[in-house]
Design a protein around this ligand. Structure first.
Ligand SMILES: C[S@@+](CC[C@H](N)C(=O)[O-])C[C@H]1O[C@@H](n2cnc3c(N)ncnc32)[C@H](O)[C@@H]1O
Length: 226
């Protein structure tokens, strides 16, 4: 998979790329690229934003600057480019990111994430250049970089080669394998700590009973049980 992040702060992602699952995915042939909006501003002082029409606080990311950055990266009109790759504008009011959307994005061969800053995007960016508007939660961050990392992290975990154990990403919270419910509880050694014991069934070695117990725990959690 080929992921591009458009941002004012590409250097933020240096740390992200060093994380094990991300490094594994890159070593397995997936690619992460970064484009700085500022590198594509033709305005004085490499300005990327401007005051909002109609007045109000803050600055708005300019549509011409974002267009120039997309054109430079893809070599054609970004309106046409969105026919061949998923282009996601990160914005607090967008479609909420969940496991279904993450799986959908992870199945794409190419993905672009547009990070906003300040008051956000000139709406024409979302309307004409993006295929999707995505939110990582109903709260407001200072910028889209952390949101982009959240999307990349969740997507990359689902790519072949990213996790040490391929099954890890199959049966986990909100996955189809668990019917969309949260995952069942896990325990490891010691089997007893301060008198707190591990459910007997997990020590039984009886795979079918363990499978049933886990499915039941997951269902209960999904129903708001614990
Ligand atoms: C300060 S926010 C802009 C908030 C905008 N004025 C509003 O009220 O919706 C700046 C940028 O951070 C990113 N951002 C902030 N919160 C986000 C969230 N919950 N999900 C996705 N992106 C977010 C977006 O890219 C946004 O353009």
């Amino acid at each position: 998979m080929d992921i591009d992040v458009f941002t004012l702060f590409p250097e933020w992602f240096d740390w992200f790329e060093r994380q094990r699952h991300v490094a594994n995915a890159l070593a397995a042939g997936h690619a992460l690229g970064y484009v700085s909006y500022r590198d594509h501003s033709a305005l004085s002082g490499r300005q990327v934003d401007d005051t909002p029409f109609g007045g109000g606080a803050g600055m708005v990311l300019r549509v011409d600057v974002v267009e120039a950055a997309l054109r430079a990266r893809y070599g054609r009109d970004p309106v046409a480019e969105r026919e061949s790759r998923r282009i996601v504008a990160l914005t607090p009011g967008g479609r909420l990111l969940d496991d279904k959307l993450v799986s959908e994005l992870a199945a794409e061969p190419r993905l672009t994430l547009l990070s906003g800053r300040y008051e956000g995007f000139d709406e024409r960016i979302v309307e004409h250049f993006a295929t999707d508007a995505v939110s990582i939660g109903r709260y407001v961050l200072a910028g889209g970089e952390l949101a982009a990392m959240v999307v990349c992290d969740a997507v990359i975990r689902k790519l072949p080669g990213a996790l040490g154990h391929e099954d890890s990403a199959v049966e986990e919270s909100f996955s189809a394998a668990l019917g969309g419910a949260p995952e069942y509880p896990h325990y490891t050694r010691p089997a007893e700590h301060r008198g707190w014991t591990v459910p007997e069934v997990l020590l039984s070695g009886h795979h079918e009973r363990i499978r049933e117990w886990r499915a039941e725990q997951s269902r209960r959690r999904g129903a708001g049980g614990d």
